[in-house]
Write a protein that binds this ligand. Structure first.
Ligand code: PLP
Length: 386
């Protein structure tokens, strides 16, 4: 028999399948509301002007290997970005960081470090619903993955009661994955007060938070504002945390795989040890991370003018998505579509849970909407509901 006779076929990821179907669909009017990538007002991918300018700046770089932990300037600038320039964790050298293969790679690296530190019996709590890859990444490391209810279907918002309950009932030392901003797929984030309550329980019960920072700057348009939870846990409460930052969405560098895994420790000695552990892992898994995207991100972050341009680009993306939320909401209201649609405008970020049944559709990406198709989508939803 073949060596591979025992390999079980796994069906492909539904989101990517949907995009494939969309691309081959001959229909003249079609809208892809499934994929988590930003689109401009014409429905096309957007190269951020700050990125375009950064690419010009680094045009002549060579193609040598990067250090194992990644481009040093990128790691420094990205850690400052995530934690804030005045971060005491950075000043006290309590931050271990490592360039990673975008947000996914950063989650994987942080997960590996925690697995080695805490052991296979440590449960990892993910929100239900969540980005489909959370379970897969942690399960593939060997963790036991548990879900907790994050969202109230009826109210269409964060369910703080079940979140609090999960935090209170988890065994001490458990890992919790928090979406720092723009929870995928619900679009519902804790308020600052709710983050404080969550942080207090995390602290009191000795839980370990991993922040999935895939959408910083995409929710409010202001990076620092969206990073509130990280700053509160790290700076106010001085907790140990992991932060997994992606530059896929907020710089539009999806395919370049630019990310940063950082672990904030209690002492500089621990940070040095964790960083050496990152280095060992990287060496074994990728040897040297990819250079181009990290160079682009660093070129944006190190230049005052490009950084200001990036801030404007973030505002543009977040406001366009917000505008489309209101346009869809108004469209459904005008059509008098049965149901309550406030959730469309109450939720934030790129995704929106419409509250339709799975047969109708579960979740849409607001970024796929523009003035040319929003009315059509409203009409489609209207017809589906009736
Ligand atoms: N985390 C969440 C919640 C996401 O939605 C995504 C991408 O869709 C990621 C992480 C990771 O994305 P990437 O690996 O492209 O940075």
């Amino acid at each position: 028999p073949s060596v591979f006779a025992s390999v079980v076929y796994t069906p492909p990821d539904v989101i990517f399948e949907l995009t494939k179907k969309y691309l081959t669909d001959p229909a003249e009017q079609k809208v892809n509301l499934g994929q988590g990538t930003y689109r401009d007002e014409n429905g096309s991918p957007w190269i951020l002007p700050c990125v375009r300018a950064a690419k010009e700046k680094i045009r002549d770089v060579n193609h040598e290997y990067l250090p194992i932990l990644g481009l040093t300037s990128f790691r420094t600038l990205a850690a400052e970005l995530v934690l804030g320039r005045e971060s005491t964790a950075l000043i006290e050298k309590r931050v271990a960081s490592c360039q990673a293969l975008s947000g996914t790679g950063a989650i994987h690296m942080a997960g590996k470090i925690l697995y080695n530190a805490l052991g296979s019996q440590t449960p990892v709590y993910i929100t239900n619903p969540t980005w489909s890859n959370h379970r897969q990444v942690f399960a593939s490391i060997g963790f036991l993955v548990r879900e907790y209810t994050y969202y109230s279907e009826t109210a269409g918002c964060l369910n703080m009661e079940t979140v609090t309950q999960a935090l209170n009932e988890a065994p001490p030392g458990s890992i919790f994955i928090f979406h720092v901003s723009a929870h995928n797929p619900t679009g519902c984030d804790p308020t600052q007060e709710q983050w404080k309550d969550i942080a207090t329980i995390v602290q009191d019960r000795g839980l370990f938070p991993i922040f999935d920072a895939a959408y910083l700057g995409m929710t409010s348009g202001v990076y620092d504002r969206d990073a509130y939870a990280i700053r509160y846990f790290v700076e106010e409460l001085r907790l140990e945390v992991a932060v997994c930052a992606s530059f896929a969405k907020n710089m539009g560098l999806y395919g370049e795989r630019v990310g940063l895994a950082s672990i904030i420790t209690r002492s500089p000695q621990e940070a040095t040890a964790v960083e050496s552990a990152f280095e060992q892992l990287m060496r074994a898994e990728v040897s040297n991370p990819p250079a181009f995207g990290a160079r682009v991100a660093a070129a944006v972050l190190e230049d005052g003018e490009l950084r200001a341009e990036w801030a404007r680009n973030l505002t543009k993306m977040s406001s366009r998505v917000e505008e489309m939320r209101w346009a869809l909401f108004d469209g459904l209201k005008k059509l008098e579509t049965p149901g309550s649609w406030d959730r469309i405008v109450k939720q934030g970020g790129m995704f929106c849970l419409l509250g339709l049944t799975p047969e109708q559709v579960v979740e849409i990406s607001i970024a796929g909407l523009n003035w040319g198709n929003v009315q059509y989508v409203a009409e489609c939803i209207d017809q589906t509901i009736r």
